[in-house]
Design a protein around this ligand. Sequence first.
Ligand SMILES: C[S@@+](CC[C@H](N)C(=O)[O-])C[C@H]1O[C@@H](n2cnc3c(N)ncnc32)[C@H](O)[C@@H]1O
Length: 415
Amino acid sequence: MFTGEYAKFSITQLSQGGKLLGIMEKTLKFKPEKILDIGCGDGKHTIYLAKRFPEAKVIGIDISDELIKKALERKRIWNLDNIEFFVYDYFEFKDTNFDIIFSNNTFHWFGDKAPYGYEKLSYHLIIGGYFFIHQGEARSYINLRHLMEKMLKERGIEPPRYPLFYPTRKELENLLKDLGYGHFVIKEEIEDYIENEKVYVDFTYAGGLPYIEILPENERENFRKEFIKRCIEEKCSPSPVRLYIYGRNDRNLKFFHIKDLKTFINDIKAILEETDKEFIPPLSSRFSTTQNVFSSAPGSIELYLTSLEKQEMILCCNEKGKVIGFLSFIRNYEMLNKRWVYVSTIAVRRKARGIGIGKKLYLKLFEVTRGPFLTRTWNGNEEHIRILKKLGFREIYRIPNHRGKSVDTIYYGKD
Ligand SMILES: C[S@@+](CC[C@H](N)C(=O)[O-])C[C@H]1O[C@@H](n2cnc3c(N)ncnc32)[C@H](O)[C@@H]1O
């Protein structure tokens, strides 16, 4: 359906894509390493992404070989080596582990398959990976669609059912919720800043194609011209109502309790190595999870792991069974004349933070054990303290300067 012609008239797409990139700039919390542009067309936005993130590998896919040729020309002009373009139907695409999926003005073209298109995002994204999607809303270009239908009827042609997936904001929100996405925003925007005449022209090369393409080829150009003329005469309001959908992949997370971590040891070690230096003092300088004097004998990740091996854990895994985060705990831990379920370590992969995994690890712990619960942290570990307070923990004991100057150890407890 889309040809090289489309690229010449895609002013509307460019400004909408720009807006989507703006949302990305404001939202993104980590440096992406792998980015996918679905339905990349002639690659304008894909090129932007590759220049914006020179250390990332960027892939653009599009079902139109003509547009991918144009995208490859752009790549040559910009001389970029971190970008690849492929002719691909998104529904056949298999690559995984993307940090960002970007898609401008493409999802509505999936028609009845669009819900599966949204479902499939989680397969391609890492947990915590971002999606930025812009597509049309139910009222999008409604007057332009009606005018084209009228013009077809005037020619004795029954207009086809409009095949694009144009949901209301609420419908799309319900779809994403039903699919199990929990972290997303859908912004509805009426884009009346774009000149109407430009929208009329663009519509004949994009949203209007399902109508135009049922006409014989030699009638299409005249139909286009008449449509634009009538739009201008009738001062047709284009009503470009758009949806900007952005969020993070928190789909299909599994939380479960294990007593033996052998099967998961490599994943857990990888998490310890990734997060090591964020702890005060680093885990690699400790010899056990419950160590009380931090400046004594030197430790290592291996020693820390050995001490974890004797403990139970709550794991958070993705749908492929990879561990994204864990919480280790010891039952009947004695302190302050009481026996506690003691949380010795909680760690979540960096890119998967900010989607509620830490809190859910605790909630699963509350499900599988009976308190009281105890944990310790240090002042400055704000994210952990915020979760603890939200879950009803309160400070019960503090050791000032325990981990260095002004770095206190704080014990938090909950009955
Ligand atoms: C309106 S264009 C948008 C192009 C580009 N993202 C932009 O903003 O200029 C929609 C694009 O989706 C592509 N497309 C439609 N269905 C597709 C599918 N199943 N897989 C991959 N690309 C598809 C079309 O070929 C077309 O290039």
